[in-house]
Design a binder for this molecule. Structure first.
Ligand code: IPE
Ligand code: IPE
Ligand code: MG
Length: 242
């Protein structure tokens, strides 16, 4: 799908992606799983540039989940270094393109200190950018995010019975982030895997068999085209039926 084939009036503001299938992509080629992660970098960059061209204002990508610590220690170590290096080598071009890079996830002891420092540095460097916000969900879990939100509400001394949806939202990792209109997951897996549990409540979900390392902007536009054919109701009824 080409960008000019999309309905320009219905480009989503926020697209969330689950970058899945790196391991299978590598295995099919007789390569180690980590080569699949490395090949995912080109997919991420092409998707980000394609999203910028389309005028999408928010992109969130699932880079490492709170459950991914269960993987073999070498793979985890690779992913830590890989994400750190990606940040360091790509942040200048992202910055020049006006992309604000931020992290959502738990900044706990499990993430190496140096990685945390580079994350903070990159956020600081790109903080004022306005073209697009690229959120990297890293050491991210939807349940962890909600647990963290509840704990910070309790720390503020909120009284029982006084919690509202607005208050929970204000305590999410990025309170400014609009809910994604569209969530895309690659690699033919039909699940959420603890991604953005609060924010995806009414998102349109699009699943594709493409493995993440093969994903390109055209695949993003395909997903948007599918989204544009969906009818969003939010619990109401179709306008024509009213
Ligand atoms: C997604 O690819 C990347 C991460 C979870 C970090 P996978 O590594 O899950 O690839 P598959 O699903 O095993 O093919
Ligand atoms: C979700 O993919 C997490 C990321 C893409 C970072 P997984 O591959 O970890 O999810 P499951 O295990 O198939 O549910
Ligand atoms: Mg996977």
């Amino acid at each position: 799908m080409e960008l000019d084939q999309l309905d320009q009036r219905r480009i989503p503001t926020h697209v969330a992606l689950v970058m899945d299938g790196n391991g299978r992509w590598a295995q099919r080629r007789g390569l180690p799983r980590t080569d699949g992660h490395a090949a995912g970098e080109a997919a991420l960059l092409d998707t980000v540039w394609g999203a910028l061209d389309a005028g999408i204002r928010w992109i969130t990508v699932y880079a490492f989940s709170t459950e991914n610590w269960k993987r073999p220690v070498e793979e985890v170590r690779f992913l830590m270094r890989f994400n750190e290096r990606l940040l360091l080598t790509r942040r200048d071009e992202l910055n020049e393109a006006g992309v604000k890079v931020q992290f959502i996830g738990r900044r706990d002891w499990r993430v190496p200190k140096r990685v945390l420092r580079h994350i903070t540095e990159t956020e600081e460097m790109t903080r004022k950018n306005r073209a697009m916000t690229l959120s990297l969900a890293f050491n991210y879990g939807g349940r962890a995010e909600l647990v963290d939100a509840v704990n910070s509400l309790l720390a503020e001394g909120v009284a029982p019975g006084k919690v509202t949806e607005k208050m929970i939202r204000r305590h999410l990792y990025d309170p400014q982030m609009p809910d994604p209109e569209l969530m895309v997951r690659t690699s033919g897996e039909y699940r959420i895997s603890n991604y953005l549990l609060w924010q995806l409540a009414y998102s349109e979900l699009v699943f594709t068999d493409v493995l993440w390392p093969d994903f390109r902007r055209g695949d993003l536009y395909d997903a948007i085209a599918e989204y544009q054919h969906r009818e969003r109701r939010f619990g109401g009824i179709e306008a024509a039926e009213r």
